[in-house]
Design a protein around this ligand. Sequence first.
Ligand SMILES: N[C@@H](CCC(=O)N[C@@H](CS)C(=O)NCC(=O)O)C(=O)O
Length: 218
Amino acid sequence: MMKPVLYDYHRSSACYRVRIALNLKEVDYEPVTVNLLEGEQKAEAYRARNPQGFVPMLEADGHRLVQSLAIIDWLEAAFPEPALLPRDADDRAHVLAMALAVACDIHPLNNLRVLKYLSGPLGQPQDVRDAWYRHWVAEGLAALEEMAAARAGRFLFGDAPTLADVCLVPQLYNARRFEVALDPFPTLVRADAEANRIEAFAAAHPDRVAIPPRYGEG
Ligand SMILES: N[C@@H](CCC(=O)N[C@@H](CS)C(=O)NCC(=O)O)C(=O)O
């Protein structure tokens, strides 16, 4: 298989998930930056490849893959080890539920286009935009803390990282950037700290991602 190409933006939490999964599975990839702040995701050439105009997108093995969890699911099938989902049906549903609580219920309310719509067309000031962000993150993390607490080990589920941790770490990075208090979520903070001790997670951190060629330049 040729080296997969990841259309990436360092601070995108959906991209951050995919970078972690690629690193955990030791898949060497070529990153190409799509600069969200400059609107490169909306460029015609990019939208022709990904009609949603989102990052991440992974070109791999002749496929153009979009949606971070679909990309990670593809990676899980193509590179089964280490497994990010438990085999047992109950455990798997629990891990998926935690991952989806982040990816479907927290993140979409707080991504760039939603925040821009609040401050742009709806004319809301920065303090309202910040309050919106913090409200949905705090409410979502409170539920996740309860979901995780009973069955957490070193990580959100047991003693090895799963898809739930892959989704948690970028969300907590994001929450810290926007100064959300994390003291009420000790299980989440502990799992995040454990995960960040693993090089695959640490190397995917936005501050660690080398600046690759920009989309359209290479
Ligand atoms: N559900 C999608 C979400 C992707 C997404 O929201 N990506 C954001 C960055 S984290 C994006 O590309 N935003 C572009 C924009 O808001 O214009 C996934 O998991 O891949």
